[in-house]
Design a protein around this ligand. Structure first.
Ligand code: ADP
Ligand code: MG
Length: 264
């Protein structure tokens, strides 16, 4: 059978679900930040989340790995439902820990441990939490550092690296746990403009190899290029979502049109 641009993506429904959230709500005191958001990322999907500052993007991402406790809703990771109490707090801490270990989170501010070398940063969780034999963890870490172009920096401390290098190291660290999905929260927004490209190149490479990821980004061109699905969040609600061509090429909601204009 020959593939054509109009052929239905019949494989879409067959790929297993990696992350599903349903009706997710989160309040901070009286402030309701997420007002019932849902998404489903299947294995290999790249879901980009866009939206203005304060729209709830980080909170949504942080709820997925329980850095924030949801107020309500369902979260299912790799087919496993996160057991929550009626108030949204986790019913089983060990379940959360186990699930979180397999989600690679990359933050805006790199969050490397400053008093450890790059290699030590990479092997910390595998060795001390996942109990991977040290030699094995080091071999894997070196391979990942090589992949992000940092083999020469293994024994360097983070402060001696550029922001772009630190973020690439943080991505390699997240990959060390063999994550079932990567969560990126504006991974390039703390970088000097000339360093953005090298970090996007690493993320692009991960997308191309079929990594499942949820990516909060303000790099619209990049989102359009790598995402399989785009979610526009406004005021804690999914205002519009769809394939990148539709969302960027033919936005329907006035708010999204306005937003796309404002980010240029
Ligand atoms: P975004 O990432 O889209 O910029 P956030 O998810 O960081 O937005 O924040 C959404 C809203 O929630 C903002 O109004 C922010 O001030 C508020 N918020 C985020 N975290 C907290 C917190 N820990 N305590 C109180 N308010 C918070
Ligand atoms: Mg944010």
């Amino acid at each position: 059978m020959t593939a054509s641009a109009t052929a239905p993506r019949i494989d879409t429904e067959l790929r297993p679900e990696a992350i599903r959230i349903e009706g997710l709500r989160k309040s901070f005191g009286p402030l309701e930040v997420l007002k019932g958001v849902s998404l489903c990322a299947r294995e290999g999907d790249v879901v980009a989340i866009i939206g203005g500052s304060g729209s709830g993007k980080s909170t949504m991402l942080r709820c997925i790995n329980f850095l924030e406790t949801p107020s309500a809703g369902r979260i299912v990771i790799g087919g496993e439902e996160v057991r929550m109490k009626p108030d949204g707090s986790p019913a089983d801490r060990r379940q959360i820990e186990a699930l979180r270990q397999r989600l690679g989170m990359v933050f805006q501010q790199f969050n490397l441990w400053s008093h450890r070398t790059i290699l030590e940063n990479l092997i910390e969780v595998p060795v001390h939490v996942l109990k991977v034999p040290k030699a094995e963890a080091i071999t894997r870490a070196q391979r990942l550092l090589d992949r992000v172009g940092l083999s020469a920096k293994a024994d360097t401390y983070p402060a001696f690296l550029s922001g772009g290098q630190q973020q690439r190291a943080a991505i390699a660290r997240a990959l060390c746990v063999d994550p079932r999905a990567m969560l990126f929260d504006e991974p390039t927004s703390a970088l000097d403009p000339e360093l953005v490209g090298e970090v996007l190149a690493v993320i692009r490479d991960l997308a191309a190899e079929g990594r499942t990821m949820i990516l909060v980004t303000h790099e619209m061109k990049f989102a359009r290029e790598v995402a399989s699905h785009v979610i526009y969040l406004h005021n804690g609600v999914i205002e519009e979502e769809g394939p990148p061509e539709a969302l960027f090429g033919a936005p329907k909601s006035d708010r999204l049109k306005q937003f796309l204009k404002s980010v240029g």
